[in-house]
Design a protein around this ligand. Structure first.
Ligand SMILES: CC(C)(COP(=O)([O-])OP(=O)([O-])OC[C@H]1O[C@@H](n2cnc3c(N)ncnc32)[C@H](O)[C@@H]1OP(=O)([O-])[O-])[C@@H](O)C(=O)NCCC(=O)NCCSC(=O)C[C@@](C)(O)CC(=O)[O-]
Ligand SMILES: NC(=O)C1=CN([C@@H]2O[C@H](COP(=O)(O)OP(=O)(O)OC[C@H]3O[C@@H](n4cnc5c(N)ncnc54)[C@H](OP(=O)(O)O)[C@@H]3O)[C@@H](O)[C@H]2O)C=CC1
Length: 434
């Protein structure tokens, strides 16, 4: 399946000629047209007046205003054979360009392939004040069916959609600073929700019954952000010729990327930066769709440390035929209902732009962008270094910091890049030189 129509909807063209050189208004129009969005959707993507102060006031507390961020679009994404224009809300230059560039290269190998497990979240119920933790575990397991049934009576909507509590696990901590402890995990299929509120409500509801069953005291009743039963996997296969540069053969670049990733797999200092680069792709999609980026960050880093040593979330290897193969595996607790996904008009427009119909589809696209971002960083680091590409785009920020406005922004940016001195001091000199 390439750009075939999906369910009667015309396919999106994610490769729009000259997109990078357009003015923002024209670019938005082209994007909206490519995705078949109506005027209201296009207006919501602009962000201008989209989030009413009264709605913002209903979202959080002590509201005094709204904080604006640039919303860009990553082009060229082909995921599971389908084209996507991906909205990214981010303040850092070069992130959107890098994602678009790697998505363009990835098309030469068929784009990204993604898969996602069922959307199972965990809620933890901590039981203390017991002296026989293994006996307590057995007592809880003996009541598994009853507990699942009671949990599911809490969320009829979720159950009617095929979700709900699907099972339990019981962890034993025979020794802790406060004595023996057991922790009951509820495994809940949250369908298209991020699921925190849904599972927290179930955990709180079950607590009194768990105290009766165990004779202990329930302390915490809260979800775990280590969503290790809600895993997304993305992979990409890049023919070496796609990585050729003016001075290096693609095979050498691929080898360099594998070597760079190897350090992230064994060294937490490098792994932290490597994973930050992955989150450069993931967080902007999470923010643009109104999702909880703290939850995604917490899950990602906890998963990266699951072996006891913090490590890379991606792997890069070279197949027998020389193809560079990249994979990303991590928890992805994203929703398309609940939280701010339905209340923020721009988040709704972002979902419409991608034509997302399930939370699993959103998780897959987001993972593909994370993998693309990691690929961009490794490719740059294994060849010319990060500064040329990144600083060339950061130069416009520096020009603005130096006081440039309007046409002066690009003029000053170009001049300081050409001078090889992307600094505020140099930008001020260039500004004054007109
Ligand atoms: C920045 C590039 C893409 C330039 O790369 P380039 O070779 O100068 O790009 P190009 O001008 O040849 O353009 C190639 C494609 O890139 C895209 N592109 C290029 N420029 C634009 C633009 N202005 N606006 C929109 N799209 C752009 C666009 O898709 C374009 O295709 P085309 O549209 O021409 O058919 C490259 O150098 C790159 O990928 N660098 C890596 C950047 C990066 O990783 N940034 C993240 C910030 S650094 C960081 O925070 C994390 C890090 C790096 O530390 C993580 C780690 O260590 O692992
Ligand atoms: N540690 C953390 O990460 C925590 C995060 N949070 C916050 O929780 C929020 C997310 O919670 P979440 O439970 O997703 O949000 P909501 O409670 O807003 O939405 C979930 C509810 O939507 C209803 N629903 C309707 N359609 C569907 C569908 N197709 N699939 C699934 N559910 C559907 C369900 O039942 P019904 O209609 O009966 O409600 C479900 O319980 C975020 O704002 C997050 O920031 C909160 C606490 C802790």
């Amino acid at each position: 399946m390439s750009q075939a129509a999906q369910g009667g909807t015309p396919a999106v063209n994610s490769r729009i000629e000259g997109l990078r050189d357009m003015e923002p208004v024209d670019r938005r129009r082209a994007i909206a047209a490519a995705a078949g969005m109506d005027q209201a959707g296009e207006a919501a993507l602009s962000g201008e007046g989209a989030l009413a102060l009264s709605v913002a006031n209903g979202m959080i507390e002590n509201v005094i205003g709204k904080f604006e961020m640039p919303l860009g679009v990553a082009a060229n994404f082909l995921v599971n054979g389908r084209d996507y224009l991906v909205p990214m809300a981010v303040e850092e230059p070069s992130v959107v360009a890098a994602a678009s560039y790697m998505a363009k290269l990835a098309r030469q190998g068929g784009g990204f392939t993604v898969s996602c497990t069922a959307p199972i979240m965990r809620a933890q119920i901590q039981v203390i004040g017991i002296s026989d933790p293994y006996g307590t575990r057995a007592a809880i397991l003996a009541h598994e069916e009853e507990l699942i049934e009671q949990a599911n009576s809490r969320d009829v909507v979720l159950v009617s959609l095929g979700g709900g509590c699907k099972g339990i696990e019981v962890e034993v901590f025979p020794e802790s600073a406060i004595g023996p402890m057991v922790v009951l995990h509820l495994l809940v299929d949250v369908r298209d929700a991020m699921g925190a509120n849904a599972v927290n409500s179930m955990a709180e509801m079950l607590a009194p019954r768990v105290e009766e069953i165990t004779g202990g005291k329930v302390r915490l009743r809260i979800l775990s952000n280590l969503a290790d039963r809600r895993i997304v996997t993305a992979s990409v296969r890049i023919p070496p010729s796609a990585l050729d540069t003016k001075t290096l053969k693609g095979a050498e670049v691929a080898q360099g990327m594998v070597e760079a990733c190897t350090l992230a797999m064994i060294d937490p200092y490098r792994a932290a930066t490597h994973n930050k680069g992955i989150m450069n792709g993931i967080d902007p999609v999470v923010v643009a769709t109104g999702n909880d980026w703290r939850a995604i960050e917490a899950g990602a880093h906890a998963y990266a440390a699951r072996s006891g040593r913090y490590s890379s979330l991606t792997t890069w290897e070279i197949a027998k035929d020389g193809t560079l193969v990249g994979t990303l595996e991590m928890p992805m607790a994203l929703g398309i209902v609940g939280g701010a996904t339905r209340t923020h008009p721009t988040a709704q427009a972002s979902l419409r732009l991608m034509r997302i119909t399930t939370a699993r589809e959103l998780a897959g696209i987001t993972a593909a962008v994370g993998l693309a971002q990691n690929m961009a960083a490794l490719r740059a680091l294994s060849t010319e270094g990060i500064q040329r590409g990144h600083m060339a785009l950061h130069a416009r920020n520096i020009a603005i910091t130096a006081g440039a406005v309007g046409a002066d922004i690009d003029r000053v940016a170009k001049a300081i890049v050409a001078a090889g001195d992307v600094s505020v001091g140099r930008a001020k000199q260039e500004l004054e030189s007109t």
